[in-house]
Design a protein around this ligand. Structure first.
Ligand SMILES: [Zn+2]
Length: 363
């Protein structure tokens, strides 16, 4: 084993109270770092609940000409940025204190709040209801169909939870559990108020990712991308999900770097089912055979609870004059995607250190 795990104190106060506080702490920690850095902020349309500006902050740490780059992405799904901010701020602190050093010929590109609107409003999607992680499709082509979603759609927003659950149980007994999860969450392009909606045009976060790829000529470098997520899988466990094709170089690289804990939705070994339009795909197409993209997904509560919490959120945003109810639902969203639980937060920070160090050493 050549990897050194940084054994220093875990600080769960790094989990912010809101987007603005998370951003401020991230910027303050960044200011503590010496060495070459380039901060590139990407403003996003709209404002947060208290009128705050919405910005995706990015920073390049290390030599401009680095042949290898660790890319850390937080807040692909807005509200999941709470954990993303904590993990990135923790890593900036470890770098500032010298507990982690960036190897030679290597740089770190950190992306904070890739969907800042969703982070600020404590939603998973952007201001248009778009799930960035279903948005990377070719909008010039006919959009993918999801027949299961259309079949379940009439049941999704039933106000009677028991009726909805009965419809779900029916679907599961007919088609199986995986088909059910795919129907709801694989992605859909027909229902802008529904969950897991991929949109009609490239979203802010996709445009930022593509701009960064261009700006830093990332197609010419070896890449380790770690995209930080929460809300799916066993409580506190950080699953390394690899959406590369199982026979691809990317999948081989992932298992070499991260070992036996890598799971592949296409092999059925992941808590995630295969999905349409993942952000991964914007990077897969520019990656060489020494690179890979993984999602580090921290589990919280059961998948059925995830669907309930999200459906309630989408229902409130589909109706007019619900601003009080929406505000009241924010802590429910927050609890699902960033549990108020010290042990969960410790597990997240410890595991993230482990995986980010594996990525640096893998490169
Ligand atoms: Zn996510």
């Amino acid at each position: 084993m050549s990897s050194h795990f940084p054994f220093t104190a875990i600080d769960t106060t790094l989990f912010p109270t809101d987007y603005a506080a998370g951003r401020q702490r991230w910027l303050a920690q960044l200011a503590q770092l010496s060495g070459h850095q380039r901060h590139l902020p990407y403003p996003c349309a709209g404002v947060g609940p208290t009128g705050e500006a919405l910005i995706t902050d990015t920073v390049w740490l290390g030599p401009e000409q680095a042949a290898k780059v660790l890319v850390v992405i937080a807040g692909t799904h807005g509200i999941e940025g709470f954990a993303g901010s904590a993990i990135e701020t923790d890593m900036l602190g470890l770098l500032a204190q010298g507990h982690i050093t960036i190897p030679d010929h290597t740089a770190v590109l950190m992306i904070h709040a890739l969907t800042p609107w969703g982070y600020a409003w404590q939603r998973r999607c952007d201001a248009y209801g778009v799930d960035l992680n279903r948005n990377v499709v070719d909008f010039a082509q006919p959009l993918p169909a999801n027949a299961g979603y259309e079949q379940l759609r009439p049941a999704l927003f039933l106000s009677d939870v028991r009726q909805r659950q009965a419809a779900f149980a029916d679907f599961i007994s007919q088609h199986g559990r995986e088909a059910f999860e795919s129907a709801i969450s694989a992605g859909q392009y027909t229902d802008p108020v529904g969950p897991f909606y991929g949109g009609r045009a490239p979203a802010h976060g996709r445009l930022v990712a593509e701009a960064l790829i261009d700006h830093y000529a990332l197609h010419q470098r070896d890449l380790a991308v770690v995209d930080l997520h929460t809300g799916l899988g066993p409580f506190g466990y950080g699953e390394i999900i690899c959406d590369h094709d199982p026979d691809s170089a990317g999948a081989a690289v992932a298992s070499r770097w991260y070992g036996g804990s890598v799971t592949l939705p296409l092999l059925g070994t992941s808590t995630s089912v295969p999905k349409i339009g993942l952000l991964d795909f914007a990077w897969h197409r520019i990656m060489n055979a020494r690179s890979c993209y993984v999602t580090l997904e921290f589990g919280t509560y059961r998948t059925l609870e995830l669907f309930e919490v999200l459906l309630q959120d989408h229902l409130l945003w589909a109706q007019p004059d619900q601003s009080q109810a929406r505000t009241a639902h924010r802590p429910v969203m927050r609890q699902h995607f960033c549990p108020d639980d010290v042990a969960w937060r410790q597990m997240v920070l410890v595991r993230a250190r482990q995986v980010l160090v594996q990525a640096l050493h893998g490169l």
